[in-house]
Design a protein around this ligand. Sequence first.
Ligand code: P53
Length: 488
Amino acid sequence: MGFPKDFLWGGATAANQYEGGYLSGGKGLSTLDAITGGSKDHPRMITYKTKAGQVERVNREASLPVGATGFVDENQYYPSHMATDFYHHWQEDIALFAEMGFTCFRMSISWARICPKGDLEVNEEGLVFYERIFDELLKYGIQPVVTINHFDIPMYLADHYDGWSDRKVVDYFLFFCETIFKRYQGKVTHWMTFNEINFLRSWTQIGIHQNDPQTLWQARHHLFVASAKAVMLGHEIDPHNQIGMMIAYIPSYPMTANPEDVLAALQFNRQQESFIDIQVKGHYPAHLLKQLEREGVLIKKEPGDNELLAQGCVDYIGFSYYMSTASSANPEKVKYVGGNQMPAVKNPYLEESDWGWAIDPLGLRISLCQLYDRYQVPLFIVENGFGAIDQVQDNGEIYDDDRISYFQKHIAAMRDAVVLDGVDLMGYTPWGCIDLVSAGTGEMKKRYGFIYVDLDDQGHGSLSRRRKKSFYWYQKVIKTNGLDLDNN
Ligand code: P53
């Protein structure tokens, strides 16, 4: 009584945080190439040029002046430019994943590597780069799980079209999808459209210059339409394709049994569930339509959009799960979660990581039950993990027992959801299975990997790879299909 025989075990990464080679092999600039490093206390910044040619910088969540264009400033350090250099280490890294026993590997394709400007010009060298990677994975029997778009947009589309606020970008995205669906047919069958679609909201991620609700929701509508069209196109090109959505899932508990707190938690949770409703049920939920009406947001839809959303429903729900949170109607102190956008409160029953993320393994079982009860489609945990500082011992070893303990509890909770609750779970890909750049802070210090990469926050290091203690532990977990979780 354990995980299904064909359960997918692997790890997850994203191009902008792992790949590097930001101008190599014909790649164009992506918005994330103009985002500096940061830390827990210092936000990452966008560097840009004003219309008048002045170089400026602003918090990456902020709006940009009209006419501003992303700019790479030679005096700044940009962690995504080299990242942890998968670009030059892919063979070595894939061999390590195979050694751990991965049966799948989640990665993203950089849009600007395939379409340097995001338009109809295709970079053959970029296509070949990913083709070799897929072949190498398949050589070891590892299924690629591909995120089509993870947190960025070609900079040209951001600055010449105002990103996803322009309907034209839907067509460009579909062209990109068609190019990769056709080229990688027979090699890739597991896809997901947009990473953490509920977190996409500024120039950094979707290329919009103004972050007001009207612009944001218009862009979001275009993302939903693009995702639905991509699902339909992917199925048409190859009926074997399984195309999912991907959401950041941070469930919130009512702080107390006071119905006002229960309502606050419901409202918090609904914000995320809207994104699932639209992509799984195929329509905007009533409460969201009412909210948009109250806020005076008027989404411009083209005739047939509602039908498109209804027809392009995804095959599965992919989600990240790191933490839960709590909601209170009368918070004494507000805490922000999910990239500092969602107001919540600290849950006194849970411990937190050094970055303030509440550790809640049981919350994973609760999430799996809630999602499966509500949507009745297969689920895929495509991110989960423990961001922490790793100490390299004098003998070169890394004893990351806290990470092992985090995974033990989360995998046990996941097994309960499968075995006791009957949840249909496809697989599990822990985040940053090899150390990579943190999306939130741009740091290297916040590590998730089973494999250590020698690189610091200033970009210094040999980039050499090293197996952590958790590497051998996860290897055993995969070998026993999740039955033996002991740390010995
Ligand atoms: P970092 C916030 C909360 C939950 C998930 O995050 C998040 C974020 C964004 O910071 O994003 C996902 O690196 C995302 C990955 C990211 C990972 O979680 O901030 O899909 O790109 O690296 C972990 O610790």
